[in-house]
Design a protein around this ligand. Sequence first.
Ligand code: CA
Length: 233
Amino acid sequence: MADRKGSILVVEDEEKIARILELELEYEGYAVTKVFDGLDALEACRTKSWDLILLDVMLPGLSGIEILRRIRKNDQITPVLLLTAKSSVEDKVSGLDLGANDYITKPFQIEELLARIRAALRNKQTEQPEVDGEILSFSDLKINQKTREVKRADVEIELTPREYDLLVYLMKHKRQVLNRDQILEAVWGYDFFGDTNVVDVYIRYVRKKIDLPNLPVLIHTVRGVGYVMKDSK
Ligand code: CA
């Protein structure tokens, strides 16, 4: 089956269950690969990247928990759903501690499993831009974090490194009111000694370059508190 909905690695030693999972998931449009033990699972993770991993905890040899621990050493992004026995609260807790995205207890309803898989894949998609998002954008302001290129209304803007860091911080916390200490800590670092006035000074510099007279204001002063990046509306 084509890779349209995503690829799922199923790690399950009970062949009957693995087969049912394969049939159901393929029917839903996922591309499924089955492995039956931990070493094959780790090998499959080394050689290919998966959209989601469905991981049974009770496996011969390496347990699902141990496999999860090893997967998470190199990969914090791929969603992992654990299949656990109903009674095993410990597995659920340590699984979630180790970075499992969700778990489902056996015996499971296939509809519930499919819903959990959809939710995990959806979350992955919405989180992805944060992870490797190179473009930050707000209103007509855009920052390419890879090239450090800044544009307002398609016009390129030159910023000093400190102005750039300040603007990136505001963009990443858009619509949040940020006080001077927060900004100072984030942009200048914990060990900055000096006056928080430096924040006001740099905000002024950035404003001059970003909030041009004919464009809507993006950086707003919140009196007595600090600053916020938001639409003028
Ligand atoms: Ca098992």
